[in-house]
Design a protein around this ligand. Structure first.
Ligand code: 5GP
Length: 115
């Protein structure tokens, strides 16, 4: 069996994290190196590597990640002020952890375009 990814270890409570939400399909926790006052990661329990390796079979979980962003934004109180969702893919996209994750950034006015 393949080694667990860093984020699977967090989901399995083998590595500590500040978890704010979880359900049967995903887990949401605070980024260890926040780039905004609120910086959350939403991670599918299934170890999908990255967006460019998804297939039609992943349509449900991909939708679920965005719906979870909506849910967590209300739970954590930044739905009204606004937030940004980001998925980094591959080298040029700035991906560091090869387990799909949706960043949520909130709590300050974010610049556009990103760096
Ligand atoms: P990526 O660059 O792959 O899109 O994002 C990976 C994110 O995971 C980074 O923002 C990084 O700070 C975060 N991260 C890396 N290791 C850990 C960890 O052990 N715990 C938590 N909570 N976040 C991590």
């Amino acid at each position: 069996m393949a080694d667990k990814t860093l984020f699977e270890k967090i989901a399995d409570r083998e590595i500590p994290a500040d978890i704010v939400y979880e359900d049967d399909q995903c887990i949401c926790f605070r980024d260890i190196n926040p780039q905004a006052p609120v910086h959350l990661l939403i991670v599918p329990r299934k170890p999908i590597t990255r967006i460019s390796e998804t297939t039609d079979h992943d349509a449900n979980i991909l939708g679920h990640l965005l719906l979870t962003a909506n849910k967590v934004s209300k739970q954590e109180g930044f739905a009204e002020s606004g937030f940004r969702t980001v998925i980094n893919n591959g080298n040029d996209g700035g991906e560091e952890v090869p387990h799909l994750h949706l960043h949520i950034l909130a709590g300050r006015k974010l610049n556009w375009p990103p760096g």
